[in-house]
Design a protein around this ligand. Structure first.
Ligand code: NOJ
Length: 559
């Protein structure tokens, strides 16, 4: 594989998130693993080093697969274990690694361990796998991240009537949906169970795991009330913060990752763990990737950073510093299946983390502005040392679906907030592959599990592939240069420059690469520099030309 012997592949990899439901289908409305396999040439041509697959396990799909009922199988909707094995084999044949999603904070309520816990009743060893508590009221005031209480009383479950537990007064913890009970990681059996899950997939050849809610596994056992906000983002201010949420970022989580690190290290090759940990500040996040723990952590501070030059510079500087302190590479990400796509987010008045979904009656993003900034942000991100994550469809410049009718919504956050939040369906629309096919070629039947918005066909991969000025070809060029110049392994330093502009040098295999991002003011291509990449593929800039606002250029020395 292409990594330098001195640095493992994940130090500088570009990792592409496939959300299997919405990537490509070989059957009907929902995507399949075989659909992913059939698009590997596309991903290879794009130039990615690895794929991160969101969950494809058996699941009632109450949270789009993040409610797992069997950790060692493939949901028949997505295919079979044989399809999975074929995908790994075909990806590896193209030097593309496979990272899969592990969801250890909670199971589905249909998982056999939870069903056994319900059946065994209060006080049983089976109930100790989860957080069952005797209490007349909800045991504390914790809120579910999707809205409502984080506690469900067994007798109030939808399926309780007529069941053996219809009089069962115990409450169980669910930081997400009531169908996603939180596991009790203080129970050694839970730890042993997940050791086996890791080994099951490592034996099948996976190159790593993305760890869902990595900061949430261990809770403060005294279950104290928490008045602070409970969201994906922890409210901690600094390392000494004593008001840390009792359900997140507890010291005990690190022991689990040391244990997993040892399991991965016992396998040949360079296997990795990446943390989905919404932890603040960066120094706190960096603790998840200490030498004997995980290998990467998503940089949500970068994703949430407003389109503002000083804040971007500060966030990038802090990220590089925090991860360097623990000897791990920084990571970069702008979009995923949980946030408004950055081509739309950056076209909103507020360009920070953004709302949880957008509806037709809410302020609409400026599409052209959003796309220009999105490409500029992506070019900035891909010029930075470390590893970068792409979310499927961003290479097509896909916007959020902001006019999806509520009747289509599936995100539990929409239902649990009683519609106050639109939720995440708008960033999960099935991809457009072919402009002239039903469902834009997503499936052989033309079906798509969510409707595609107007204008999707013009963004289809087949059209963009043939258009040198397309977003897709801009991504391909950026990834090819990043690989040739080894930007991911370079040394970054910011240069002083005018307000509203970012200017940095990446010292790498490609020599000195000058990166200029015109965040809120234009700039000029300096003399003695040649523009090798411009985030606006229709511009052909030379030394002395103005770089319009919301653009990023990569330059090398020369005339
Ligand atoms: C984070 C995942 O990215 C999100 O999609 C999911 O809903 C929650 N964790 C709960 O598993």
């Amino acid at each position: 594989m292409s990594a330098r012997p001195s640095q493992p592949w994940w130090h500088h990899a570009v990792i592409y998130q496939v959300y299997p439901r919405s990537f490509a289908s070989t059957s009907g409305a929902v995507g399949t693993l075989e659909g992913v396999r059939q698009k590997l040439n596309y991903l290879q041509q794009l130039g990615v080093d690895a794929i991160w697959l969101s969950p494809f396990y058996p699941s009632p799909q109450r949270d789009a697969g993040y409610d797992v009922s069997d950790y060692c199988q493939v949901d028949p909707t997505f295919g079979t274990l044989a399809h999975f094995d074929a995908l790994v084999e075909s990806a590896h044949a193209r030097d593309i690694r496979i990272v899969i999603d592990l969801v250890p904070n909670h199971t589905s309520d249909q998982h056999r361990a939870f069903q056994a816990a319900l059946a065994a009743g209060p006080g049983s060893a089976q109930r100790d796998w989860y957080w069952f508590v005797d209490s007349e009221q909800p045991p504390n005031n914790w809120k579910s991240i999707f809205g409502g209480s984080a506690w469900t009383q067994v007798c109030q479950r939808e399926d309780a009537a007529g069941s053996p537990w219809e009089d069962d007064q115990q409450w169980y913890l669910n930081l997400f949906d009531s169908s996603q009970p939180d596991l009790n990681w203080d129970n050694p059996q839970v730890r042993e169970y997940f050791d086996q899950v890791l080994r099951f997939w490592l034996d099948r050849g996976v190159d790593g795991f993305r760890i869902d809610v990595a900061h949430g596994l261990v809770k403060d056992r005294s279950l104290p009330n928490w008045e602070g906000e409970v969201s994906m983002v922890d409210g901690g201010e600094d390392d000494a913060d004593t008001t840390r949420a009792p359900m997140f970022d507890q010291e005990g989580v690190h022991e689990i990752y040391r244990r997993w690190n040892a399991i991965l290290a016992s396998y040949p090759g360079e296997r990795m763990l990446v943390a989905e940990a919404w932890v603040d500040p960066q120094t706190r996040l960096a603790r998840y990737v200490r030498n004997d723990e995980m290998h990467q952590a998503f940089n949500f501070a970068f994703l949430c950073c407003p389109w503002q030059a000083q804040e971007l510079e500060q966030t990038i500087t802090d990220s590089l510093h925090a991860f360097r302190q623990v000897g791990r590479p920084a990571t970069w990400v702008l979009s995923n299946h949980d946030v408004v796509r950055h081509a739309s987010r950056l076209g909103l008045e507020e360009t920070g983390k953004g709302p949880n979904g957008i509806r037709a009656r809410e302020p609409q993003p400026d599409a052209a502005l959003g796309l220009a900034r999105a490409r500029a942000a992506t070019a900035l991100m891909l010029s930075l040392p470390g590893s970068a994550y792409l979310y499927q469809g961003e290479e097509l410049g896909l916007p959020e679906h902001t006019t999806l009718e509520d009747k289509w919504r599936q995100d539990p956050a929409f239902f649990r907030t009683k519609g106050a939040e639109a939720g995440r369906d708008g960033c999960r629309i099935p991809l457009p592959w072919a402009h002239d096919a039903a469902g834009c070629g997503f499936s052989p039947t033309g079906e798509t599990w969510l409707p595609q918005p107007p204008g999707w066909a013009e963004l289809a991969a087949d059209l963009q592939s043939a258009d040198t000025g397309s977003t897709l070809n801009f991504y391909r060029r950026a990834l090819a240069l990043r690989r040739d110049w080894e930007l991911g392994q370079g040394e970054w330093s910011f240069q002083p420059c005018e307000g509203g502009v970012l200017r940095g040098i990446n010292r790498c295999e490609g020599g000195e690469v000058l990166v200029i991002t015109t965040v809120s003011a234009p700039s000029v291509v300096p003399s003695d520099w040649v523009v090798k990449l411009c985030s606006d593929p229709t511009l052909h800039l030379r030394a002395g030309d103005e770089i319009p606002v919301n653009t990023t250029v990569w330059c090398q020395r020369g005339n």
